[in-house]
Ligand binder design. Structure first.
Ligand SMILES: Cc1cc2nc3c(=O)[nH]c(=O)nc-3n(C[C@H](O)[C@H](O)[C@H](O)COP(=O)(O)OP(=O)(O)OC[C@H]3O[C@@H](n4cnc5c(N)ncnc54)[C@H](O)[C@@H]3O)c2cc1C
Length: 435
């Protein structure tokens, strides 16, 4: 009798979390990754690795659960832990937020280090293996996925048999095309165009400051520029700027600093202007947020799951991607445990995605330049959120409520809890004017 085998396409974070949960239910799990992966270094298949990767508390808790000891390993490698409000200078909605103990810890490290440590722990599972290769089609028989085909190397086609195939190949996933080639429907997509660009650089970390991290955020629809400083391993800062539509950060020295100077507040510029850069400036273009509605497809072949950015790719400014992928991995594990049909996984994933999607796109659609369908609540919700953000400067309860939603620990409806609603309704009416 053949052993039960799962294949995961792509060994990014979503792929490795999916492999970890599949390892509890399959005799063998193979992660197929087209990049050569070795140490904690940026790589071609994950260009976002050069940029800030914040990890919200819900994502951290799931990662620690799936990969016990991960955060001790990260700390030993130089990752920096800090409180998300007490240790952070954070300007958003035209105000500096309160500095208070929130109990919500951030573990801050580079994305390549996070991926590397996850990979090392995953490799201790005897039934998980990594294989280098690029998958370029599914094998489907009798309405069931039963393997994958690898792109030919040296004229040789090869195949891997599988009882479950998990697409974790990221936002460039070609799964919709593969499905169409097999006669299935392409998933409908929802897209919100933001034309975002990132520019990031590493600096030597400055000592003796009263903050660990700093953020200055755009205030839709008034301003489009954001910047953050996060501490990472190697006693460094990662400094990422993001600007949407016509206000992009440049990747040359002078333009990069000009962008820093032009943020709503000069504090990030002041912090980096005399700091020592220790890397080149890396850029990244993110044209649009995309949700491929696999959850709505009725005719998917059996034995196929989709996770992470391949399913839904969020505006990276909100730092949701890894936490959403972690929640999806938990949902996939639950589905495999209960031996339920994968339709139940897709339904759970839809419920996981819809709140962060609404939060991210709801904010982005406040810009008139953003392409995408606006709901009747987009503008009123934007005004309400702006009040919440402004109250984060003075009201600890409202600020904590906002943080819980941001960390995906609570749904957005939490912001309408009676005490938060009352604080918002009683706060002075403020037009969308920046400070
Ligand atoms: C600029 C930027 C900044 C971000 N910042 C944050 C942040 O602060 N916080 C956060 O939570 N999220 C952030 N994200 C999102 C986050 O990176 C992803 O949501 C998360 O890493 C999950 O991605 P993934 O594993 O699904 O895909 P990816 O990380 O893209 O990995 C896909 C993998 O699949 C491989 N692959 C692709 N095709 C094939 C194939 N055919 N065969 C074999 N292998 C293949 C690739 O080489 C790659 O290794 C950011 C994204 C971007 C673009």
């Amino acid at each position: 009798m053949l052993a039960k085998q799962a294949v995961v396409i792509g060994a990014g974070l979503a792929g490795m979390m999916a492999a970890r949960v599949a390892a509890d239910h399959f005799d063998s799990v193979i992660l197929v990754e087209r990049d050569q992966v070795a140490g904690p270094d940026p790589r071609k298949g994950v260009p976002q690795g050069n940029h800030i990767h914040v990890l919200w508390s819900v994502g951290s808790a799931i990662l620690e659960n799936l990969f016990p000891g991960l955060f001790e390993e990260l700390a030993a490698a130089g990752a920096v832990g800090f409180d998300n409000s007490a240790d952070m200078r954070w300007y958003q909605g035209g105000v500096w937020k309160l500095r208070m103990e929130s109990g919500l810890r951030i573990c801050s490290q580079s994305r390549p280090l996070l991926e590397h440590k996850v990979r090392q722990i995953l490799q201790t599972h005897d039934n998980v293996s990594f294989q280098r290769g690029s998958i370029d089609q599914l094998i489907i028989q009798n309405h069931k996925v039963c393997g994958v085909k690898l792109a030919s190397s040296g004229g040789l086609d090869s195949e891997i048999r599988a009882d479950l195939v998990i697409d974790a190949s990221g936002r460039g996933s070609r799964l919709p095309d593969w499905l169409v080639e097999h006669g299935y429907s392409r998933p409908k997509t929802i897209e919100v165009g933001v034309n975002l660009r990132y520019a990031s650089r590493l600096y030597e970390r400055q000592e003796g400051l009263d903050w660990a991290s700093m953020a200055i955020y755009a205030r839709p629809p008034l301003s489009k520029k954001s910047g953050v400083i996060f501490p990472i391993e190697g006693n460094r800062w990662i400094v990422t700027f993001g600007g949407c539509f016509d206000e992009h950060p440049a990747t040359d020295e002078a333009g990069y600093l000009d962008f820093a100077r032009s943020l709503g507040k000069p504090d990030i510029y002041d912090a980096i202007v005399n700091a020592r850069p220790v890397s080149e400036i890396s850029g990244f273009q993110f044209p649009k947020e995309v949700w491929r509605r696999y959850d709505k497809l009725r005719d998917l072949p059996a034995g196929l799951a989709v996770i992470g950015d391949a399913f839904c790719s969020f505006n990276p400014l909100y730092g949701q991607g890894v936490t959403v992928a972690a929640l999806e991995a938990v949902a996939l594990g639950n589905c495999l445990r209960s031996n339920a049909s994968l339709h139940s996984y897709y339904r759970s994933a839809m419920r996981i995605i819809r709140n962060p999607w609404m939060m991210a796109t709801g904010n982005d659609l406040l810009y008139p330049e953003a392409s995408g369908e606006r709901a009747f609540w987009t503008k009123p919700m934007g005004r309400y959120t702006d009040h919440v953000l402004r109250l984060s400067a003075t009201n600890p309860t409202v600020f904590k409520g906002f943080l819980d939603v941001l960390h995906l620990a609570k749904p957005p409806s939490h912001l309408f809890r009676p005490d938060i609603l009352a604080a918002v309704l009683l706060s002075p009416r403020e037009s969308h004017s920046s400070d």
